[in-house]
Design a protein around this ligand. Structure first.
Ligand code: BDP
Length: 683
């Protein structure tokens, strides 16, 4: 058990369940197609593992048959006349049915891929110990785009990757198709992920050359049966770099022609290519603004090239180059809000969950709900760039649930972010490590991303429980403590890194460890001091009308709440307000005491997780147990480091005594400021 099998372990179930499942899974009635073959092999693998039984293919239905397919692929399913309308291509029904006098289980869909998703849903039921009688399930995805974004470079390094090198072994493709590609696709399909962007948003035009497109095609062929389309990132200056044009101006006829020809070429090798993801005019990436054109001009030009093939252009809203004195949090809204309605129908706008950059906690991005004419994709970061990399245990289901449920009040209150989006994109945490994600618990974030992208309303706790049952054990004595750890883990990170709405206090560039004191970087908005603004009187970024007025970008009821001290939540307080150290919090403590208290709590929470994990020693297989145990040890040390460094620094500014019971940091501030790590992964 090294974690390779993810949540698809298919371990033998307890005898009682085996007795319940066996009569209902005697054989499988299924037609042949690449996707139905995938469904069949997966079900056979699952039954083989869980029930130690074969699942033979049968031509006819008997008692205990599992029928899988579509009305088109199966006469029997067609005759059952199941209610498949409204399910789209990807939805499915699972029903316990009676067929010619036999008790059978039917997994039916309009398209093979829906049948595949239904098969995984049935397997999940079994893996989580639920019964298979009287089934009447009906599911369809909440949105059509459920996309992983790999920030993988062609040299196999991964930007912000903490799980080893890239899975894509470009050098050996297309001839060598690593079997891991299929396992990757299985895992994605099992949670409904239906697209993958293979390359980094900080893009390299080489991937669009014929040499690489052949390799891309090999990956696309491998993923296709599992319902996954490939996408690539497009470097906006590619016409110059690989097309030898003098310009990449989106309105120049030769540039438009070049991209049209490129799109034609891509679709010749990958007929179901998903589309292009673009980061433009952000952090040094080229874009249309260099030619005096807008984001819409750039996106539409690419969209016109893709349209004849049914391809999509996903344009990122993560832009910043704020001028001195301007609030970086406002820039995306300012640039994109006026463009609503100007994009071609095959353009989607991909917006990060919060207005700055994947911080442990941010308020939701003001563009959600406010681009009614543009399909908006919610982008979250699965890889934990700002949450302790692979070693810190932080279950992000709770973070994404928080943003999905945030009320945009656009067009009216009661409109959560989940109801304003057309898809979800997750920056992948997957690499070539045996356990895929760099740690056992980070697998849960891949899993939770897929589940929430499929169904924006499932509770993070339920997802954690499913995952824990499939990954660790179905025994409640394991599930309960594991879920308990997961559910408090992200808040613990917030507490020991950036409590009460603080943000961007991480070390320069690689973002590992605390550096709230940094104030000398070239750009104002790279400096932690720019974000926390601590001074003798208080701390926090005033984003109300007396400050940057970023609150004005939200719908009035949201704006008014964020702007008022008696309405804004403690969690967002210092994001929106500069508050005196002596300010009385809801807890009755002063802000200073509360801040230190949160840092202390964060450390305590990690300590508690460690104790909980230790109590599971005898119930978890050794290899995985040891790794988690060691990582929690690292996390505890580093939580203490974060707490001590931050408290020492803020105390040097507030000049206030620590609250009673709170310990003096182990070292002086100079010691923490002098820490510098020469080699840190992922940047
Ligand atoms: C930031 C990362 C940087 C990415 C950027 C992005 O530090 O590596 O390129 O996001 O999303 O958080 O483009």
């Amino acid at each position: 058990e090294d974690g390779y099998d993810l949540w698809l372990r298919y371990k033998p179930v307890e005898p009682k369940l085996r007795a319940a499942y066996a009569p209902l899974t005697r054989n499988i009635v299924i037609a042949e197609s690449p996707t139905l073959d995938a469904a069949r092999t997966e079900l056979q693998r699952g039954i083989g593992g869980m029930l130690s039984a074969q699942l033979p293919v049968s031509e006819t239905a008997t008692d205990g048959s599992v029928l899988i397919g579509t009305p088109k692929s199966s006469r029997l399913i067609a005759d059952l006349r199941l209610p498949l309308t409204g399910l789209g291509r990807e939805g499915f029904v699972i029903e316990s049915a009676r067929l010619a006098g036999h008790d059978v289980t039917v997994i039916a869909a309009n398209d093979d891929v829906g049948a595949l998703y239904g098969t995984f849903a049935l397997l999940r039921r079994m893996q989580t110990g639920q019964l298979l009688d009287h089934l009447a399930m009906r599911e369809a995805p909440a949105s059509g785009l459920r996309l992983l974004n790999h920030w993988d470079n062609l040299d196999r390094t991964v930007e912000r990757g903490y799980a080893g090198f890239s899975l894509w072994d470009w050098h050996k493709l297309p001839q060598w198709r690593d079997p891991r590609y299929t396992d990757y696709a299985r895992a994605n399909a099992s949670v409904g992920i239906n697209g993958t962007v293979l390359t980094n948003v900080n893009a390299n035009a080489q991937v669009l050359t014929p040499l690489y497109l052949k390799k891309v095609a090999a990956l696309a062929d491998t993923f296709r049966p599992w319902g996954i389309r490939v996408y690539l990132t497009a470097r906006f200056s590619a016409p110059i770099e690989i097309g030898h044009l003098k310009t990449a101006d989106p309105l120049a006829p030769e540039v438009r022609a070049w991209w049209r020809a490129k799109a034609d070429e891509i679709y010749r090798v990958v007929p179901d290519f998903g589309g292009l993801l673009v980061k433009a005019n952000s952090e040094g990436q080229p874009g249309p603004q260099e030619y005096g054109r807008s984001h819409a001009d750039g996106a539409n030009m690419l969209a016109d090239a893709m349209a004849p093939h049914g391809g999509t252009v996903i344009w990122r809203a993560f832009v910043y180059n704020a001028k001195p004195g301007e609030d970086r949090a406002k820039q995306a809204y300012e640039e994109f809000h006026p463009l609503d309605g100007q994009f071609r129908p095959n353009v989607m706008l991909q917006v990060k969950n919060g207005p700055i950059d994947f911080q442990p906690r941010e308020p939701f991005h003001p563009l959600f709900g406010q681009m009614p004419k543009t399909p908006v994709v919610l982008e979250v970061q699965i890889t934990k760039e700002y949450l302790g990399f692979a070693t810190h245990l932080a279950y992000l289901g709770t973070m994404w649930e928080e943003v999905l449920r945030a009320d945009t009040c656009s067009p009216k209150c009661g409109t959560p972010v989940s109801r304003t989006i057309a898809g979800m994109a997750g920056v992948s945490n997957i690499g070539a490590d045996r356990n895929w994600t760099g740690s056992q618990f980070d697998q849960a974030n891949w899993y939770a991303f897929g589940r929430l992208a499929w169904n924006h309303d499932i509770a993070a706790r339920d997802i954690a429980e499913e995952w824990a049952r499939m990954t660790w054990s179905n025994n409640d004595s394991v599930v309960k403590p594991v879920v308990g750890m997961m559910m408090q883990s992200r808040q613990a990170v917030v507490n020991y890194m950036t409590p009460l709405g603080l943000h961007h206090l991480m070390a320069t560039d690689h973002h590992y460890g605390p550096s709230p004191w940094v104030n000398n970087l070239k750009r104002e908005d790279w400096n932690p001091t720019y974000f926390h603004r601590a001074d003798a009187k208080g701390i926090g970024f005033d984003r109300t009308s007396t400050g940057s007025n970023a609150v004005s970008q939200y719908a009035p009821p949201v704006r008014d709440c964020f702007a008022r001290l008696n309405c804004v939540s403690d969690d967002d307080l210092l994001w929106f307000h500069h508050v005196p150290w002596t300010y009385r919090m809801r807890s009755g403590r002063t802000l200073w005491d509360e801040l230190v208290g949160r840092y202390d709590l964060g450390v305590q929470q990690v300590h508690d997780m460690r104790r909980t994990w230790d109590s599971l020693r005898s119930r978890i297989d050794d290899e995985r147990f040891q790794q988690v145990d060691a990582f929690l040890g690292i996390q505890e040390e580093e939580a203490q480091w974060w707490r001590d460094a931050s408290v020492a620094y803020f105390q040097s500014i507030s000049k206030r005594p620590l609250p009673k019971g709170s310990k003096t940091p182990a070292h002086s501030l100079d010691y923490y400021e002098a820490i510098s790590l020469p080699y840190v992964p992922g940047h």
